[in-house]
Design a protein around this ligand. Structure first.
Ligand code: HEC
Ligand code: HEC
Ligand code: HEC
Length: 420
């Protein structure tokens, strides 16, 4: 290449860098907002009540409360691939909470992801979804948070790695991925569907876990399924009836799953159990029906199963023996389960999912379905983390995946190691 071509390329590159710097600068333009007078407007009971329901739907408490700590006072650690973030104090304390935040500052945080002092906020706070919420609902949330007792608890500083701890990196991420804006109703759909779309896409931020992302972190399909950042669980696709799709379920069954956490033949586990436990179980029946209406209407997109890998005969025999010894008492000789107590494993889509992450996690970590009024005393599953080796867990999982008419690929012990 001659000097002129180099010079030209360099000029284009410099212009590109300059443009990027200008764009980042533009993204960083937000300034601090003046302190607002908290509590000047006497909270309206009805509005505060609506806000309380929205806070449930948005699971604010789950992130903004440390285990055993004061509700909404912040401090919980959120693990991300870039380091750890700590959720903030949302109580009306003047110094450490939102006491000096005006309504405008709160709305800007929820809909634009910018703190009162002008700092861009990390999207571990699901504002890329909350931005779909209406002004009225954001105000109701604000009224509810204001009605909480003020708790003095300073925020824990984030511990992110360079360059992710810089505002410039965050500005770049926002330029590429953040689309602020309220959800516009789809007039070709029913009011119930629209209400469901609004809740699912907005405050309930289901796509925060269930959304498929590409290597740049951009959501390519809001409900296509994705591994959670810690790699221990996978949020399955809501488009695929072989995964978490509910298109073929009667509406009552979908409502019951979101309200009770379990229905005959399926129960929620891990992070999804938290969604039900802290969130959806408290939603009014009409909102659950609306969400179910929307979920059932999601277009069906089945994923192509990878090539089938059958387990070696010895592995299946070992798995069958382990199953009889450790599992059959609860789940039944033929994986039939026991209604209301132990989920069936035969015909269970957690067991037969192409990706074995969740079935392995269920065996390694055990767990409880969430306790809800419709299912007050869930039976527990003991963790087998220390009882069985990786090879044994792989064998029993492979047995489950290739018995009772199932045809899902065998699991390798390396995959067990990954979810531990
Ligand atoms: C998945 C976890 C998660 C959920 C759910 C969540 N938040 Fe947060 N939130 C965070 C984190 C982490 C931060 C800190 C972000 C930062 O500092 O960049 C935060 C920050 C905030 C802030 C900015 C506070 C400040 O001092 O800068 C507000 C306001 C807020 N959240 C409100 C809410 C509300 C209201 C809900 C429920 C509707 C909610 N959050 C749900 C994790 C969460
Ligand atoms: C914090 C991450 C997270 C969020 C937020 C989340 N999910 Fe899930 N979801 C999961 C995981 C992980 C699973 C797989 C475990 C399981 O089967 O319960 C799952 C499973 C499901 C299933 C299949 C349950 C079964 O047993 O068949 C449905 C349906 C579902 N989610 C719907 C939703 C809806 C609706 C929302 C929004 C209200 C939502 N999820 C929000 C992580 C999440
Ligand atoms: C003491 C009774 C008990 C024993 C023993 C037991 N389980 Fe479970 N198992 C449960 C319960 C209860 C659940 C539901 C827990 C939940 O929803 O989180 C469950 C859930 C599961 C799930 C997830 C199903 C779903 O729909 O989410 C799998 C897979 C599973 N068990 C496999 C096994 C295997 C394999 C063994 C033996 C190594 C075993 N279980 C032993 C009680 C038991």
């Amino acid at each position: 290449m001659n000097a002129r071509r180099w010079g030209g390329l360099l000029a284009v590159f410099a212009a590109g860098v300059g443009l990027l710097a200008a764009l980042i600068g533009w993204e960083l333009r937000a300034g601090a907002l003046p302190p607002g007078a908290a509590g000047t407007v006497p909270p309206d009971k009805a509005v505060t009540g609506r806000g309380a329901v929205l806070a449930r739907a948005g699971n604010c408490m789950a992130c903004h409360t440390v285990r055993g700590g004061a509700p909404y006072a912040g401090g919980r650690r959120i693990e991300t691939p870039f380091g750890d973030l700590y959720a903030s104090n949302l109580t009306p304390d003047g110094e450490t909470g939102l006491g000096h935040w005006s309504d405008e500052a709160f709305r800007r945080a929820m809909q634009q992801g910018i703190a009162r002092d002008g700092r861009l906020l990390y999207p571990a706070f699901p504002y890329p979804h909350f931005t779909r919420m209406s002004d009225g609902d954001v105000e109701a949330l604000r009224a509810f948070l204001r009605s909480l007792p003020a708790v003095r608890q300073p925020n824990t500083p984030h511990a992110l790695r360079f360059p992710f701890n810089t505002q410039a990196a965050l500005a770049l991420w926002r330029l590429m991925h953040f689309e602020p804006g309220r959800l516009q109703p789809d007039t070709t759909q029913s009011a119930e569907w629209n209400r469901g779309a609004y809740l699912v896409q907005g405050v309930a931020h289901c796509a925060a876990c269930h959304g498929t992302r590409n290597a740049w972190g951009a959501t390519t399909d809001p409900f296509g399924g994705e591994a959670l950042p810690d790699g221990r669980w996978r949020a399955p696709s809501l488009h695929d009836p072989r995964q978490a799709g509910v298109q073929a379920w009667p509406i009552e069954r979908v409502v019951a799953l979101l309200r009770d956490g379990s229905v005959d033949g399926a129960s929620v586990a891990g992070p999804m159990a938290e969604v039900v436990f802290h969130g959806t179980q408290y939603l009014p029946e009409a909102d659950l029906r609306a969400m179910a209406t929307y979920l059932r209407a999601l277009p069906v997109r089945t994923t192509v199963a990878p090539d089938f890998v059958s387990a070696a005969g010895g592995v299946l025999a070992a798995g069958e023996q382990l199953y009889g010894q450790h599992c059959a008492d609860c789940h039944g000789k033929a994986g039939e389960g026991k209604a209301g107590q132990y989920p069936p494993l035969a015909g269970n889509r957690v067991v037969t999912a192409d990706d074995p992450t969740n079935v392995l996690q269920a065996i390694v970590g055990g767990g409880f379905a969430p306790a809800t009024p419709g299912h007050p005393y869930p039976y527990g599953m003991p963790p087998f983390r220390t009882l069985l080796t990786d090879t044994e867990i792989a064998a029993v999982a492979s047995y489950l995946r290739q018995s009772w008419g199932h045809r899902a690929s065998a699991v390798r012990s390396l995959e067990v190691q990954r979810v531990r």
